[in-house]
Structure formats: structure tokens, C-alpha cells
Design a protein around this ligand. Structure first.
Ligand SMILES: *Cc1c(COP(=O)(O)O)cnc(C)c1O
Length: 395
């Protein structure tokens, strides 16, 4: 017996649900790259991406996933043998650090506790000790999608400033930009990156980098630059230089629609919607956790991300069985635990094109699964989520 017929709901932390309007905007013939209005389309996307990054700096669009723009960011501002400080205990900090190493950068990893946010005080102390200014950049992931922890970008900026250090602040906002507040210029972020397939409600395949004035100055003498990623080349006068080749036409058609949807709702309203839905998820998980078999991975409530909730399961309460039940019996695809949490956790994403029925439906299915599989859980998780939303959303 299953109750899965109908539309499957993908609640993994990327790719997220792509709105039908966005899919529809992509369903059209290719256009002539030389005799079309593509340059105007590119300009409008760049201008609106700058609004999303909250920057007056330069934005670059790459045909790439998140890993691609990690490399784009590193190669444009660093040189072989430069030292950088990667902070945070999440999987994505480790992976970005590893990429930097493969690119010839010396990386110092300050991992800390993987269930906690980065401590700005520790960053400040490390930078104060670097009196020679050997560290050229601090790499920070705003929301670590594996652990479900959100880091304090402003706090890390303040730590760099308090230490009087000149390192660039480079932020991975792939699972946070468009989802939680991010203010590139006001917070003093030098390089920010994001990708199309999470908060921006688009298919995977586009990556975005925003660079502030200090990063663009350092860029002039960075020697890891390569032609495909190079900002200077992409700033050239010809439209094809913006993509270093054929523009990803259909993805731009889709991106245009997804940016319209996001900006029509309003960035602040979108942040607020996703925060409320995240709180509903946390209300349910808090109640379920009373049964003792599941718990939040992020140990500190204030450090739980509004993009994704990572739920650890006790030995004996198999996340694989729960994931399988939800998918094959109910048509809800939860995220698996990744990295050190492989086989030990599941994830519920609440970013991008999500609303109350999608999130309440997903929670209802998880609760069904917990019950059907006999996994101990507190009763009333759904009720708690419904009450939280009812109190937060007035008539
Ligand atoms: C998804 C994600 C990435 C990797 O993006 P890909 O598109 O899979 O390369 C990097 N950082 C964060 C924070 C992410 O959520």
C-alpha cells in the first residue's frame, strides 16, 4: 500500500523545487547568440543578482555548479603559495579548503566543533597572531548544508577588523543567499558566491560570484587566474566574454523568471517566509526529539539554519528506513546525511520555492514514517508546527 501518487515533493537541500513558471520560461527554442536581446537579458540578470547579493560590486555569471564558483572565487584573488584560513566544522568548509589546496594554496583549517557555529573570537585570536599578514583570506560558509549550522558573517567580519588584519573575507552563500539575510556591502564581505539551485529556485548549472573593490584590486596581481574564470576577461566589451563562450541561453531565461519571482515577493518577505517555515520544522523536530531517538545536529538552537534542518538519529533508528518509507510510500524525498553524518542523519530542506502545504505535508510524512517504523518520538510534532504558523500568520 502506498499514498505516493501525485506530485513527488523533493525536500533535499539542493536542487530544490523549480517553480513551473521557471521551467516554462526555459521551454523555448534557442536564439541566435549574435542577433538577439541576450546582452540586455544578461545585464538585467547581473543587476538583479547584485540586488540579491546586496552589493554595488561586480557580479559574474558562470556556467558551473557551486564547486565551480569556489574555484572561480579562489583563482581570481589568490596566488600560488598564498595562505588562507578556512573556518568552520562543516563538510563544505572542508571541501572548499581541499579545492584551495589542489589549486596550490596553503590552507589552514580551523574546524572547531562541527555541531556549532564558528566562534568569531577564535578567528580574531588567530588573526592577531598573524602579525606578518601571511593569511590572505578567510573562507567562511554561511550555512553549512550538511550540518544545518548557520555562521555569523558579520561577527567574523568584526573579528577580522578587531584584529586589524587585511585578509579578504570570502563567503560561500550557496545555501543561504535568497534564504536568510545576507548583506554583502553592509557586512564588509569581499567575495561572495552562490549558485542557482538552492534559494534561487533554478535548475542546477549556474554559479554566481560577487566581488567588492578590495577583491578587484587584489585580483590585478593574483597569479592563479585562468582564462575561463578570469574576471578581467569577463568584464570585456563583447557579450560572449561574459560567459567565455556561448551563453547558457535557456538557463538565463529560467533565471530571469526566478529572479522576477523572488524580487516580486521581495527579498525580505522571502527571508521571512523561509524563516517561518524553518521554525515550523524545528517546532516539530523539537517535539519528536522528546522520544529520545532523534535530535538536532546543531546543538545550539540559535545556530540552526533557516535553509535546512539536519536531524541525527540514534543507533538503531535507521535514517535509511525512514528515507525509504517517505519516498516509496509517500512521495516525499528527504535529504540523506552526508560526510561524517552519512547513515546517521536525515535532512529536511526549507529553502527556495516552499510554502506551508509543502512543509506541513513533508512534516506529516516524516511523522507517519516515525510511527510506521516504530521510531520513538514525542507525540504532537505536527500540532506544534501548525500552532507556530497559525500564531505567526495572522488572519
Ligand atoms: C550545495 C553546496 C555547495 C556545492 O554546490 P554544488 O553545486 O553541488 O557544487 C557548496 N557549498 C554549500 C554551502 C552548498 O550548500
Amino acid at each position: 500500500m502506498t499514498v505516493r501518487h501525485g506530485r513527488e515533493f523533493l525536500t533535499i537541500p539542493g536542487p530544490t523545487t523549480v517553480p513551473d513558471e521557471v521551467l516554462g520560461a526555459m521551454h523555448r527554442p534557442a536564439v541566435d547568440i549574435y542577433a538577439s536581446d541576450l546582452p540586455a537579458l544578461t545585464d538585467s540578470c547581473l543587476a538583479d543578482l547584485a540586488r540579491v547579493f546586496r552589493t554595488g560590486g561586480h557580479v559574474y555569471i558562470y556556467i558551473a555548479n557551486g564547486h565551480g564558483v569556489w574555484e572561480a572565487a579562489l583563482s581570481n584573488v589568490l596566488s600560488r603559495g598564498d595562505r588562507v584560513l578556512a573556518v568552520g566544522g562543516g563538510l563544505f568548509t572542508h571541501a572548499w579548503a581541499e579545492m584551495a589546496r589542489m589549486n596550490g594554496i596553503e590552507v589552514e583549517l580551523m574546524a572547531g566543533d562541527s555541531r556549532r557555529a564558528v566562534e568569531p573570537g577564535a578567528v580574531e585570536a588567530r588573526l592577531r597572531a598573524d602579525t606578518a599578514g601571511a593569511l590572505k583570506a578567510v573562507l567562511l560558509v554561511q550555512v553549512d548544508t550538511a550540518t544545518g549550522v548557520v555562521n555569523d558573517v558579520r561577527g567574523v567580519r568584526a573579528a577580522i577588523d578587531a584584529a586589524g588584519h587585511g585578509a579578504l573575507l570570502m563567503v560561500d552563500g550557496i545555501a543561504s543567499i535568497g534564504v536568510v539575510p545576507f548583506e554583502m556591502d553592509a557586512w564588509g564581505v569581499d567575495v561572495a558566491i552562490t549558485a542557482s539551485q538552492k534559494g534561487l529556485m533554478m535548475t542546477p548549472g549556474l554559479g554566481f560570484v560577487a566581488a567588492g573593490p578590495k577583491a578587484r584590486a587584489v585580483h590585478q596581481h593574483a597569479n592563479l587566474r585562468t582564462q575561463y574564470w578570469d574576471w578581467t576577461f569577463r568584464e570585456g566589451p563583447l557579450h560572449y566574454q561574459k560567459y567565455c563562450g556561448t551563453p547558457p541561453e535557456h538557463m538565463l531565461f529560467g533565471l530571469r523568471r526566478s529572479l522576477d519571482m523572488l524580487l516580486e515577493e521581495g527579498l525580505e518577505a522571502a527571508w521571512h517566509r523561509q524563516a517561518l517555515l524553518a521554525r515550523a520544522v524545528r517546532a516539530a523536530v523539537t517535539v519528536w526529539a522528546e522520544g529520545g531517538a532523534i535530535e538536532f545536529n546543531a546543538s545550539e538552537p540559535a545556530e540552526r539554519a533557516d535553509s535546512v534542518t539536519t536531524v541525527r538519529t540514534a543507533a538503531g533508528a535507521s535514517p535509511a528506513a525512514l528515507l525509504d518509507y517517505c519516498r516509496t510510500r509517500c512521495g516525499v524525498v528527504l535529504g540523506i546525511g552526508i560526510g561524517p553524518l552519512d547513515g546517521k542523519a536525515f535532512r529536511i530542506a526549507h529553502m527556495g520555492h516552499v510554502n506551508a502545504p509543502m512543509i506541513l505535508g513533508a512534516l506529516g510524512v516524516v511523522e507517519m514514517g516515525l510511527r510506521a517504523l516504530g521510531i520513538a518520538h514525542g507525540r504532537g510534532g505536527i500540532q506544534a508546527a501548525v500552532e507556530l504558523l497559525a500564531d505567526a500568520v495572522p488572519p
